[in-house]
Design a protein around this ligand. Structure first.
Ligand code: FES
Length: 229
């Protein structure tokens, strides 16, 4: 598969036609697959596009992003589901868009890739504002992160940063109850539970996991690694 290729895993024939046309205009190789091939050394697309309604999509996003962090990953949404949309972004999707808007949005991205630009954002470190707390629990906040507020919890010697938005109804998770033994945060509003280490949803009503970020300690300062805008 050529390095500058555009891979889709799309069943919808109308969307597929539109994407095919876009790739012809941009002049990039275009391949539609039923699923991604076994991960071998030859597989090196520049962009992967798939349907978010696809079974197991959220788990796949995580796996693909870990496997190929340099690729641009885009999802088409047919039925608007806000929680799922947010969960896709949290899992690492670079672009989530309605099916009708996606081909137009992708054309610019593909042109940029063709012209040698990298669309995958770099990383930057942001310093957390300390929260006075001598022990375990909430120890830092990043209220001005460009994407979303982030909060940092401590359990012993370990620190965990999460997106401070409950995927159920958007309330702050920092207001919830944190158990340092299990690393579980319980949302104060309706009781959803999440593991702050892995982001895993442990109990509903939320249907989706939360986003986590790497934490870097430098002396007494707490830094969180986020994507550069
Ligand atoms: S807002 Fe968190 S459980 Fe409802």
């Amino acid at each position: 598969m050529p390095a500058d290729s555009f891979v889709t895993i799309i069943n919808n024939p109308v969307l597929l036609n539109h994407l095919n046309r876009v790739s012809r205009k941009v002049g990039m190789a275009f391949t539609n697959l039923a699923s991604l091939p076994e991960m071998d050394g030859d597989f090196s697309p520049s962009m992967i596009v798939f349907e978010l309604e696809r079974e197991g999509a959220l788990q796949e996003i995580k796996e693909w992003k870990e496997r190929w962090p340099g690729y641009f990953l885009a999802a088409s949404v047919t039925a608007l589901d806000r929680e799922r949309w947010i969960a896709a972004e949290a899992a690492g999707c670079d672009l989530v868009a309605n099916r009708g808007a996606l081909p137009r949005l992708l054309r610019k991205k593909l042109e940029a890739i063709r012209d040698g630009e990298s669309l995958v954002p770099g990383k930057m470190r942001l310093r957390a504002k300390p929260v006075l707390n001598p022990g375990d629990g909430l120890v830092g906040r990043l209220p001005d992160n460009p994407d979303d507020p982030i909060v940092v919890f401590r359990s012993g010697e370990d620190y965990y940063a999460i997106r401070d938005v409950c995927p159920h109804a958007g309330y702050s998770l920092a207001d919830g109850e944190f158990d340092p033994e299990t690393c579980i945060i319980t949302c104060s509003e309706h009781g959803s539970r999440f593991n702050v280490d892995t982001g895993e949803r442990v109990r509903g009503p939320a249907d989706y996991p939360i986003r986590t970020y790497p934490v870097i300690l430098d002396g007494d300062e707490i830094y969180v690694e986020v994507e550069a805008a």
